[in-house]
Ligand binder design. Structure first.
Ligand SMILES: Nc1nc2c(ncn2[C@@H]2O[C@H](COP(=O)(O)OP(=O)(O)O)[C@@H](O)[C@H]2O)c(=O)[nH]1
Ligand SMILES: [Mg+2]
Length: 257
């Protein structure tokens, strides 16, 4: 799929025919740009309550999901970093909102928010209720929130808690908040099961997108990364000059760490 927000061009660099462009390297594909951007994720801060979160103006994208849905694995896979979800696992942070900054050359242009998994049976009821309130407040009031990624194990489908969360965010999604359901562990489904899971989740997603994702089979990674990149870099349609996102910097070494 060609993303809506393609890198800016003066006409010549857009040529898909590979027209001569001097010594410049070939235009990086959107997938590479998005994955390089995801790879810049760094632990920013952790907050046990909403009022502990720093007020931010950069776009924020929240990751939510039932415990064991594959959220940590998905975040690690998308950011190509093992230590990131580990940062959320440190004692004291497991029931917190953990923020990760994204941005090239140390300039934060978006933030990922890792919200604690819900529905874990062993958590005391009082903690569950407290957490549900923090999460609901966050999803309803966080001003710079531009999108939500809900991870769901398609073998279980959307659970009651997923549905409650969907009900909470539905008004904001209707107002333009982006929403993506990632059906995780897609490698566990055969083709027929995957098609069925997709169509059921699409009915439930209320206008949001649904994609299959497998960390194991490396499925859906580029699509998800590009979608998040687009959420964080929306195209401004008002003026022709603003129809493309800010110029992207020269390609960097994506493997640096
Ligand atoms: N087969 C398969 N297993 C996965 C995948 N992603 C996660 N898992 C497994 O699902 C379990 C829960 O994953 P985890 O990321 O810890 O879930 P979380 O509780 O939502 O953070 C672990 O045993 C993972 O190895 C995947 O893409 N394919
Ligand atoms: Mg986890």
């Amino acid at each position: 799929m060609i993303p809506t927000s393609t890198p800016p061009t003066d006409g010549s660099s857009a040529s898909p025919s590979g027209a001569p462009r001097g010594p410049q390297p070939p235009l990086k594909s959107q997938a590479v740009i998005a994955s390089g951007w995801m790879h810049t994720a760094k632990f920013l801060t952790t907050a046990p309550q909403l009022h502990h979160l720093p007020p931010l103006t950069v776009p924020e994208i929240a990751f939510v999901g039932r415990s064991n849905a594959g959220k940590s694995t998905c975040i690690n896979t998308l950011t190509q970093q093992k230590q990131l979800a580990y940062a959320s696992k440190k004692p004291g942070r497991t029931q917190n909102i953990n923020l990760f900054s994204l941005g090239k050359q140390g300039v934060t242009d978006a933030v990922l928010a890792d919200l604690p998994g819900y529905g874990y049976a062993a958590v005391p009821k009082a903690d569950k209720i407290r957490w549900q309130q923090v999460m609901a407040n966050y999803l309803v009031t966080r001003e710079n929130l531009v999108g939500i990624v809900m991870m769901c194990d398609p073998r279980h489908g959307l659970t009651e808690l997923d549905e409650i969360l969907l009900d909470i965010v539905r008004p904001r999604v209707a107002e333009g908040l982006k929403f993506l359901i990632l059906l995780t562990k897609a490698d566990k489904l055969n083709r027929e099961e995957a098609t069925k899971a997709l169509s059921i989740a699409r009915l439930q997603a209320g206008g949001g997108e649904v994609k299959l994702f497998s960390a194991l089979k490396k499925q859906g990674i580029d699509e998800a990364s590009q979608l998040l990149w687009q959420w964080a870099h929306p195209v401004v349609k008002d003026t022709p000059a603003a129809a493309a996102p800010a110029p992207l910097d020269e390609p960097e070494n994506l493997d640096e760490d």
